[in-house]
Design a protein around this ligand. Structure first.
Ligand SMILES: Cc1ncc(COP(=O)(O)O)c(C=O)c1O
Length: 396
C-alpha cells in the first residue's frame, strides 16, 4: 500500500509526461514524421562538442578512483571556485567556492533550498503560470505554494499583487526568468520592484523572505535581452542554476546553487543546504559531470537553432490568426486557446497529430504551451495543421 501523500501525486501524475507517452504511441501508429510532439522541454540540439571532448579527456587523464568517487557534499572545491569566478566575471559579483553548492540539476537544487528554509505550514509564493513541479517540491516540506495571478496581456509579474499576497507565513518567492512556460524575461525594473516589495514586507512583518531565482534558461535568450543577476538587487536571494538546457545535458543531472554571503552571513544556511543535499538522498552532484561543466562554462548549445524555431513558429501561428506573446527566451511559446477551455483545444489539436500542453498544468488556464525544442521539420510540417485549427475556430 502506498502513502496517502503519494496517492495524491499518482492521481495527478504530470500531464506533460502523459502526453509524452501518448506521443510515442501516436508515433508508432502514424509514423514519427506525422506526429508533431510539442509536449516536453527536452533539448533537441546536441551538447557542444567540447562537452564530449572533455568527458573523453577526463576519463583518460584523471585517476578513475577519484573521478568517480564521493567528495564533499557541496561538490569539488576547485569546480565551485571556477563557477564562482565565471559568475563574477560575467555579472560583476564577488562569490567564491563557499557560495556555490553543486546540485543534481535545478530540481534537486530547489528541493535542497526549500528543505533548508521551510517549516510545515509555511507559504511559498510564485507568479502564475509556473513550472508545475514547484507545487510538489514545496509540498515535500509540508508547506504550501500560492500562485499570484498574471496580467495576461504581458505575463510580466504583477508586483502590486505580490505585495498584497505576502503574509507572515510567507517564507519565499520563487521566480523563473526566462520563464517556463511564457518565455518572458523579467527586466531589471521588474526585479528591482520585486526586491523593494520583499524588503518592505520583511521590515513590516519582521520576517525573512527568500527570493529563489530558478534559472535553467538563463542562457537561452534570443533578442539580446539582459537577464539581471538577482543577487545584486536583493540580499536574501538563492540562485538555482542548471546545465540541463544551456549545455543540453538534462539526463546528466547537473547544476548548482548560489548562496550569497549577504543571504547567509553566518554560513548556517549553506551548511543546511549541503546537509539537505545529503538527507534528501542526492548526497552530491554527479562527480564526472561536475568536472565536465567546470571546463565548459563558456560553452552553449546551439541557441540559434531554437531562435530560428521560435521565429518560424511565432510567425506561422500569428499569421494563422492565433494570439501569442513572442517568447524572449527559454524554448516555450504560450498561446491563447481559441476557446476558454483549453483542454478542448488540446483534444482538437490531437486530431491534427499536434501534441501541446494545456496551460492549466501551469496554473495558466485558457492557454497552451508549445515546446519548440524540436526538429525544424516538426515545426514547419505542423503549421498546416495549426492553420486548419485556426480555420475551424474562425480565427482567419
Ligand atoms: C522552470 C524549471 N525549473 C526547473 C527545471 C528542472 O530542471 P533540471 O533538469 O535542472 O532539474 C525545469 C525543467 O524543465 C524547469 O523548466
Amino acid at each position: 500500500m502506498i502513502s496517502e501523500k503519494m496517492k495524491g501525486l499518482v492521481n495527478n501524475n504530470s500531464v506533460i509526461r502523459q502526453m509524452f507517452e501518448e506521443g510515442k504511441i501516436m508515433a508508432e501508429k502514424y509514423g514519427k514524421e506525422n506526429v508533431y510532439d510539442f509536449s516536453l522541454g527536452n533539448p533537441n540540439v546536441p551538447a557542444p562538442e567540447k562537452v564530449r571532448e572533455t568527458i573523453a579527456k577526463l576519463l583518460e587523464s584523471e585517476d578513475p578512483v577519484i573521478i568517480h568517487g564521493y567528495m564533499n557534499n557541496a561538490g569539488y572545491p576547485e569546480v565551485r571556485e571556477k563557477i564562482a569566478s565565471s559568475i563574477n566575471r560575467r555579472f560583476g559579483t564577488s562569490f567564491d567556492e563557499s557560495n556555490i553548492m553543486m546540485t543534481v540539476g535545478a530540481a534537486a537544487g530547489l528541493n535542497c533550498a526549500l528543505k533548508a528554509i521551510l517549516n510545515p505550514g509555511d507559504e511559498v509564493l510564485t507568479f502564475a503560470p509556473y513550472f508545475v513541479e514547484y507545487k510538489n517540491y514545496v509540498a515535500n516540506y509540508d508547506a504550501e505554494l500560492r500562485a499570484i495571478e498574471p496580467d495576461t496581456s504581458t505575463f510580466i509579474p504583477d508586483v502590486e499583487a505580490l505585495e498584497r499576497s505576502i503574509t507572515s507565513r510567507t517564507r519565499a518567492l520563487i521566480i523563473n526568468t526566462p520563464n517556463n512556460p511564457t518565455g518572458v524575461i523579467y527586466s531589471e525594473e521588474t526585479i528591482k520592484k520585486i526586491a523593494e516589495v520583499l524588503e518592505k514586507k520583511q521590515k513590516e512583518l519582521g520576517t525573512e523572505i527568500f527570493l529563489i531565482s530558478d534559472e535553467p534558461y538563463r542562457e537561452l535568450v534570443y533578442n539580446g535581452d539582459e537577464v539581471p543577476y538577482v543577487t545584486k538587487y536583493y540580499d536574501h536571494t538563492i540562485v538555482c542554476y542548471s546545465f540541463s538546457k544551456t549545455l543540453s545535458l538534462p539526463g546528466e543531472r547537473i547544476g548548482y546553487l548560489v548562496v550569497p554571503t549577504e543571504a547567509d552571513p553566518s554560513g548556517e544556511l549553506f551548511t543546511a543546504i549541503t546537509i539537505a543535499n545529503r538527507v534528501i538522498g542526492c548526497v552530491n552532484a554527479p562527480s564526472l559531470f561536475q568536472k565536465v561543466v567546470a571546463e565548459c562554462l563558456d560553452e552553449k548549445a546551439d541557441i540559434d537553432f531554437y531562435k530560428t524555431n521560435r521565429d518560424i513558429l511565432y510567425k506561422g501561428l500569428t499569421e494563422a490568426g492565433f494570439t501569442c506573446i513572442e517568447p524572449q527566451g527559454a524554448f516555450y511559446l504560450f498561446m491563447k486557446s481559441p476557446v476558454p477551455d483549453e483542454k478542448e483545444f488540446v483534444t482538437e489539436a490531437k486530431k491534427e497529430h499536434i501534441l501541446i500542453v494545456p496551460g492549466s498544468s501551469f496554473a495558466g488556464p485558457g492557454y497552451v504551451r508549445i515546446s519548440y525544442c524540436v526538429a525544424r521539420d516538426t515545426i514547419v510540417n505542423s503549421l498546416p495543421g495549426f492553420k486548419r485549427l485556426a480555420e475551424r475556430y474562425g480565427l482567419c
